[in-house]
Design a protein around this ligand. Sequence first.
Ligand code: C5P
Length: 405
Amino acid sequence: MLSSKRILLIVGGGIAAYKALELVRLLRADGAAVRCVLTQSGAQFVTPLSLQALSEDKVYADLFSLTDESEMGHIQLSRQADLLVVAPATANLMARMAAGLADDLASTVLLATDKPVLIAPAMNVRMWQHPATQSNLSTLRARGVAVIGPNEGAMACNEFGPGRLAEPAEILAAIRDRLAGAEPLAGRHAIVTSGPTYEPIDPVRYIANRSSGQQGHAIAAALAALGARVTLVSGPVAVPDPAGVRVVKIETAAEMLAACQAALPADIAVCAAAVADWRVARPAAEKIKKKPRAAPPSLAMALNPDILATLAEKGPARPRLVVGFAAETSDVVAYAKAKLKSKGCDWMVANDVSPGTGIMGGAENAVHLITRRGVEDWPRLPKAEVARRLARRIAAHLDPETVAT
Ligand code: C5P
């Protein structure tokens, strides 16, 4: 509950601004006092009246309104808040924050504040991926600004990709975390594996799989957000490196195992990578030639090391909590339970990756968490939210006194 907490919500422009209304409703229902600052472009999408009705407070908009300045100056607005939340944070607003501009009430409050700030970016996918936005994001993170989202999905501009505002419930959870000042994993080291592996056939060909790395990367980011030092060992993926995480890039399963072992000791290991079970026993040193009318080559395969099972082996270097993933296309929970035993890990996150679920490579995941105590069925959620929940569960497991899930 956020009772007696005061949130200053800055609503930027963009179609996602309508979700700010739901966020205000959730915050009020959670007991928070909400005061809104509406940017000029935000006012193109939501009205001050709607925000005022939901927040039950005056809405502030114009820096140069003499009445506002005499009643409640920009310094005062920030002074009377426990947390500043920018939702949606547009590319433009992020750029102005990063540059330290103060050319309207929102940017002036953000420049003048000494309170913690959380931003929820929302924009077109290309704007999000533009190096300028990514560099502004790094600048803001380096200054201690917390970031929630954006999520990946279909967007109002008919494109698909990262850029969608995080759901109001996710923003609420991030607000709670931020206000709890919670870094329950501070001082812990986590190793996370993510993405596919590439197993070479010859110098130009390889065997791989459809893993996008989204879930593993989101887990690395979520553990880092709770204060863990994270080593992310990743196969080749298109998703960006999470901020604040050490990323070791590998291609083969053998390289992934070596990188994980080099990163030990660790308190936590989460093996989310889709590691190739087999590799080509003797990859050709030269490109294999296609000869007219010759039979296709046959490939002798060799078993790859099992990274999860190796990390879970008993011994002084074993991380305290070893978590595996089981991607299955049928009897998901039964197979995952068997895998928990055979691999010797502590938890299994099981999911159905049958074609048609849209999970492999998609933005959402529906998982079952299998621990030695039983099975929990989680609802279908954005991968970032699955990651956040898992990170909190991990923190609660390692430190049950201080972390409530
Ligand atoms: O046996 P299966 O591939 O279904 O097991 C999946 C789990 O084992 C995942 O956590 C995956 O990261 C891990 N794994 C591994 N090394 C392998 C194969 C799977 O770490 N060679």
